[in-house]
Design a protein around this ligand. Structure first.
Ligand code: SAH
Ligand code: ZN
Ligand code: ZN
Ligand code: ZN
Ligand code: ZN
Length: 461
């Protein structure tokens, strides 16, 4: 799997650059009259081929791209009978968590009153247990003597939901989490809207409870309801970032609005680390609505800029993100994860992470750690990876992946070091790419009888 992600991204990248289209699904968005599944309003999709819509439009679950997790499906023009509508409502009602957030807050209050020797956590049900419930879980795998420290790091207690297509919980390595928090503090922010970043949230919450002069506050928005066992309604909202849906309805929306409004809204930053499965346009539309909530907050003195944001996402989504947020810049910082063997830092001999920070803050303000090899490019006015060389022709530091890129005069831009210019495709690509004229001939000129390394057209130039 590891190599797959990088290779697949390279391939997608190459394809996009060569202007080919493989077809797929296009998201049409959030329709006002969309039907709902247990994850809120469904999204409208259509099949595409060569960039054109093909076939009937349909609604599908916004949160789960794996049909096993939520199989909601409805044609846009389908007539749904009253009986089916009633059954669907019943299904949505019964597929909600067994406890409400309010109940979980009460349970937590009782849980912390227990002596440590009576604090148990069921690993199978992913639930804190109160003594009367022990019996029910007697043949489940339990954790005993849950400490206050454990309660303060629920992301360590809960197992990460690694289901690739739905939750894809990849937790920040401590180093990256600490870096983000230090950066947020150095930039002068005091409130963090943590959207799908439970580990950043818990680092902030835990410091706030231990250090008296620690002023930063965080509100977590996440679809993982297990977190409602550890945080109050002012600290956690059950939220779906693909359709901007607050499961608690108006109350959740109000909590979020209040958090953005409190005191000085200039001190708020949103940090998000969504699952990488795609649907960038759905995410962008939700984030724009969160930004609008922030902007709405200060009516007397309307804030002209955008809510500051860190959107953590792989570098190969750069053009997609910039399509929706032209004011964003991609930073070179490589975000590391604990439970992801692939996305670890290269410095220590491990594989390089393709995950970056996209932000609407001025790039030069994002100071990257010199001790990890980042340096300041005075021409670009931003911190870059040590391997990222300033290209005189492009007049910018062009590497996206931390390796030194090379300039291609035919493509008129810098490309990955492993790429070569293919004269058949008329662009740079991996030597192993599926060439348009997939002849057995030379990669460079396409003629039979020799390989790239001995191509006569190369020795001429
Ligand atoms: N690196 C982050 C975790 C990122 S993993 C950290 O360490 O804090 C992605 C997060 O997004 C998970 O917490 C997951 O529960 C959440 N998530 C996944 N799908 C979501 C959705 N549709 N809406 C809101 N949150 C979602
Ligand atoms: Zn669903
Ligand atoms: Zn530069
Ligand atoms: Zn260049
Ligand atoms: Zn080229």
């Amino acid at each position: 799997e590891g190599v797959g992600v990088m290779a697949a991204s390279d391939a997608a990248h190459a394809e996009a650059l060569c202007g080919r289209d493989t077809g797929g699904l296009a998201l049409l968005g959030l329709a006002p009259s969309a039907p709902s599944c247990p994850h809120g309003p469904a999204l409208l999709f259509v099949k595409t081929s060569q960039g054109k819509e093909e076939g009937r439009r349909f609604y599908a679950c916004s949160a789960c791209r794996d049909r096993k997790d939520c199989n909601f499906f409805q044609w846009e023009d389908e007539k749904v009978s009253e009986t089916r509508l009633a059954a669907r409502e019943e299904y949505n009602r019964t597929h909600q968590p067994s406890h409400t957030h309010g109940q979980n807050v009460e349970r937590y209050k009782n849980f912390v009153l227990l002596p440590v020797s009576k604090r148990r956590f069921c690993q199978e049900c992913q639930q804190l247990l109160l003594p009367p419930e022990w019996e029910e879980h007697s043949d489940h795998q339990l954790l005993y003597d849950i400490s206050t420290a454990q309660l303060q790091s629920p992301s360590q207690l809960l197992y990460p939901l690694e289901n690739k297509k739905t939750n894809a919980q990849y937790l920040f390595a401590d180093r990256s989490c600490q870096f983000l928090l230090d950066l947020i503090i150095d930039l002068g922010f005091s409130r963090v809207l943590s959207v799908g970043t439970p580990r950043l949230h818990e680092m902030i919450q835990s410091k706030a409870s231990k250090e008296e002069d620690f002023r930063v506050r965080s509100l977590l928005l996440d679809i993982d309801f297990r977190y409602s066992q550890f945080y109050t309604e002012d600290e956690f909202c059950h939220y779906n970032m693909f359709n901007h849906y607050f499961f608690a309805g108006e109350a959740g929306l109000e909590t979020c609005r209040k958090f953005l409004r409190q005191g000085n809204s200039e001190k708020v930053i949103m940090v998000t680390d969504p699952p990488f499965g795609g649907l960038v346009e759905a995410l962008a539309s939700s984030f724009k609505r969160l930004m609008a909530m922030w902007k709405d907050t200060d009516k007397e003195d309307p804030i002209s800029q955008e809510m500051p944001m860190f959107w953590i996402f792989p570098y190969f989504f750069e053009s997609r993100i910039l399509e929706f947020f032209p004011s964003f810049t991609m930073m070179d910082y490589q975000v590391d994860y604990d439970n992801h063997t692939l996305y670890k830092h290269g410095k220590t001999g491990r594989r390089q992470s393709p995950v970056r920070i996209f932000t609407n803050l001025t790039p030069r303000m994002i100071v990257l750690p010199v001790e990890e090899g980042y340096r300041f490019c005075s021409i670009c006015q931003r911190y870059v990876s040590s391997g990222n060389q300033h290209c005189e022709i492009c007049n910018s530091c062009t590497s996206k992946d931390g390796r030194r890129w090379k300039h291609c005069f035919l493509c008129k831009k810098c490309v990955k070091p492993s790429w070569f210019h293919c004269n058949n495709c008329n662009c740079c690509a991996l030597p192993t790419h599926a060439c348009e004229k997939a002849a057995a001939g030379c990669f460079v000129c396409g003629q039979a009888g020799h390989k790239r390394s001995t191509c006569p057209s190369l020795s001429r130039s």
